[in-house]
Design a protein around this ligand. Sequence first.
Ligand code: FDP
Length: 308
Amino acid sequence: MAVKESTLAELMSSEDRSLSKLVTLLADLAVQVQQRIPRELGFSAGVNVYGEKQLEMDVWSNELFTKKLLKSNLVRRVASEEMEDVAESKTGEYSIVLDPLDGSSNLKSNNLLGTIVGVYHDKPLPAKGRDLQAAMYFLYGPYLQLVLALKDGVRLSAAAGRGVGARRFVSDGLIHKLPRPPTVYGVGGLREKWTPAVRQFVECLERRKLSLRYGGSFVGDYNQVLFKGGFFAYPELTDSPQGKYRLQFESNPVAFITEKAGGRASTGTGNILDVEPSSIVQRVPTYLGDAELVLEFQSLYKSKSQQA
Ligand code: FDP
């Protein structure tokens, strides 16, 4: 059956006009980031958007997103993984949490990178994941992909159409769910620093023939789970009980996407989206993906904690 192609504007047609404008702006900026990456790597020597000295790509992308969002009249607050404080403007109804270039250590080796965004309607930051109105990530892969979670579910789109900027994004408009049965898994952190619960769970996934997919890029690795079904974690580590991911910028937005795709998101003991935020820089152990697998991990975690 032929599927009708939808533009980004059509995907957003049942949402508030201001949210639609915001997603369009973010998509425009993601196109600019993707175009900028080869220049940053020196394939276009001397080219610099500001005409100043070459900036680190994550600093550059943070400035791009933050400045444009705050000038848009749509966004009141921006908190970013690249900034210590929340940046504010005088107008706008949205509060944005942002990891402008997640996985930036993959830049030189040309592996996957992403931009992660969480959208709150007029909430002070930091905020609880449960209060997110929308969340998305852009994946800078062989093609630029937008994974967009709104209240009615997750939709996938790609910058593959004929337009420029956000107008290039096209979608089949279908709601995407995590497929079953699960077939892949990825777990971050050094194996020697995994706790017994994580080790045992990974052994169990391997016995069930789930394939390992780990490239060291959150959105890249998570996207495999979203497409193939499975389990992804950046777990608590023996020398880092809160793991690596920042609650506001990484764990909450991707947890929101996971729930909207029919999966679950856990800290090991409870739902990531219910964690009370204590600071902008807070980290949480992050276990995501197939709902049954995440629940299974949670009960193993509980029994290992009781034994300890
Ligand atoms: P990066 O340091 O390259 O920015 O949290 C950031 C992140 O990448 C994630 O994208 C990725 O999943 C993780 O760190 C990789 O950490 P390890 O190097 O410990 O695997």
